[in-house]
Ligand binder design. Structure first.
Ligand SMILES: [Zn+2]
Length: 356
């Protein structure tokens, strides 16, 4: 299988994230992507491809240009404001309650704050998303990784893997969050829909709900979003990801959330997967974009599922057995000792190669 990778992700060099107001060692660190790359290289069944520059247009096809400009300038603006901090996170966010009783149009017309401290909240969801000097360049490169993976699959590959970092599925139209800046998977799905005119399925198997992807395609009939994830009643992103969220307008019925309990086993997971794959099979289209996360692993430090390495091989196998072409893009996964093995297992499954 072809795997798209670039060392450009290393520029998003984060050490801390903020959790419940405390600085803690960051989970989404560059070592994650390097461990996966090393395992793929060690496997011998993957050939590496460098991403090509796809420009900004595919990004603003799903994101507010204001978010792009903010991420591009945030670090320099902070320096100009003499904010002497090792990384940027907000502490003030415009929750919907701020605008309670005011019309949605009124809230939407509020200007983005000029001060970086306010802009960080305006364009962000949470404090787990540190911005450093190289964040924007790395996030742009992750988009190019995703779009180059799309090129490979539309060019004839049955499946290809994009080692995206930073990940993307929590990033919404005008909002970064949850270790994510640009929504790599949504940008890929949009590019496929535009280029083929076909309907596209997004399968999100990260431990967390992909709130950003759901939001971007909420009213769209041409992109089906399906996700198996921790119940938002107990887990991030808390405010979206419930089972009753089915889409609206043209997208009515084109959003499928299967929230899951703590301790979810391999068997429980595969049962949910079969439901999702059935729903995909009921819809036309020839490509599935996969949001691939390994924070479903039993020892993940921020997850609470009980999956083991062999099940990833079976998940990859069942997804490939749909017969659809696969654009497989990396999202989360934070238990570093098993990350490489889990990635190799999933991708070998997706190629119908036996688990080593
Ligand atoms: Zn996750």
């Amino acid at each position: 299988m072809k795997a798209v990778y670039t060392a450009a992700h290393l520029a998003h060099d984060v050490t801390y994230e903020t959790y419940l107001g405390q600085p803690l060692p960051a989970n989404e660190i560059s070592e994650r992507a390097e461990l996966i790359r090393q395992s793929l290289q060690g496997d011998g069944g993957f050939s590496f491809v460098a991403p090509t520059d796809h420009g900004e247009a595919p990004i603003t096809a799903v994101h507010d240009p204001g978010l792009v400009r903010f991420l591009e300038s945030a670090w320099a603006d902070a320096r100009r404001e003499q904010l002497d901090v090792p990384y940027l996170v907000a502490d003030t966010y415009p929750t919907i309650k701020l605008y309670e009783g005011m019309s949605p149009d009124f809230a939407a017309a509020q200007p983005a704050p000029e001060a970086v401290a306010g802009a960080l909240g305006w364009w962000g969801l949470d404090t787990s998303n540190p911005i450093v000097e190289g964040t924007y360049g790395a996030a742009r490169a992750a988009v190019d990784v995703a779009l180059t993976t799309v090129d490979l699959v539309l060019g004839g590959e049955q499946a290809a893997y994009g080692l995206c970092r930073p990940p993307g599925h929590h990033a919404a139209r005008s909002m970064a969050g949850g270790y994510c800046f640009f929504n790599n998977v949504a940008i890929a799905a949009e590019a496929i829909a535009r280029s083929t005119g076909e309907r596209v399925a997004v399968l999100d198997v990260d431990y967390h709900h992909g709130n950003g992807t759901q939001q971007i395609f909420w009213r769209r009939g041409d992109v089906f979003y399906a996700s198996i994830h921790a119940d938002p009643m107990r887990q991030y992103p808390f405010f979206l990801g419930h089972g009753h969220e089915r889409g609206e307008g043209d997208g009515q019925g084109e959003n499928l959330n299967l929230p899951q309990p703590a301790g979810l086993t391999n068997d429980g997971y595969l049962a949910a997967l079969d439901r999702v794959l059935e729903a995909i099979a009921e819809r036309p289209g020839s490509v599935i974009v996969v949001s691939l996360g390994f924070d479903t692993y039993g020892r993940d430090p921020i997850g609470d599922f009980a999956l083991t390495t062999p099940v990833y091989h079976e998940v990859g196998r069942r997804v490939a057995a749909t017969g659809r072409r696969l654009v497989i893009l990396q999202e989360g996964g934070y238990y570093r000792p098993a990350l490489g093995d889990n990635a190799v297992a999933w991708l070998r499954g997706a190629e119908s190669r036996p688990l080593a």
